[in-house]
Design a protein around this ligand. Structure first.
Ligand SMILES: [Zn+2]
Length: 164
């Protein structure tokens, strides 16, 4: 990908460049890194799909910050603390099959309501079992086992159990 010959002048080399763009967003100016290939001879700029994806992610990261939403990295951390795969989290929280992959890679900005739900699940321990019970995952034995285990580790008291 690097050092390809420029298709416009057919002589110069395309060099990777990163510039900081000022992007107006809801009354704020976001500083967003923009990566592209630039011809060292004619100055022509070329963008391929990979760079467009990269630039879109960089823009979404700054937009999430400006909106006060979780970053992709923060969502990943919360999901891992909840011991969910991306597919499981997408099923439980909604947003489509690959929603969490997109949120975590900053390909998509989660809605405010999705952000609130994810935050609530990370703070309120009783919420996740309820959300699971409302999802198609409720019938999967894996989840039942997980919660029995968690219950035993944290709350199970054999003495109390005998008295009852
Ligand atoms: Zn050129």
């Amino acid at each position: 990908m690097l050092n390809h010959t420029c298709v416009m002048c057919d002589e110069g080399l395309l060099i990777k460049k990163i510039v900081i763009d000022n992007v107006d967003f809801k009354g704020q100016v976001l500083k967003v890194p923009n990566t592209h290939l630039e011809c060292n001879l004619c100055g022509c700029i070329e963008l391929d799909n990979e760079y467009m994806k990269l630039n879109n992610r960089a823009l979404n990261i700054e937009k999430k910050k400006a909106l006060g939403l979780f970053s992709g990295t923060e969502i990943k951390k919360i999901r891992e603390n909840l011991r969910l795969s991306q597919a499981e989290a997408s099923d439980i929280f909604g947003g489509g099959k690959v929603a969490f992959s997109k949120y975590e890679n900053d390909d998509v900005i989660q809605s405010k309501s999705m952000n609130t739900l994810i935050g609530a699940a990370s703070r309120i321990p009783d919420l996740l079992p309820y959300l699971i019970s409302q999802s198609s995952l409720s019938s999967l034995p894996k989840f039942q086992d997980d919660y029995d285990e968690a219950y035993l580790e944290e709350d199970f008291n054999p003495l109390l159990e005998c008295k009852n």
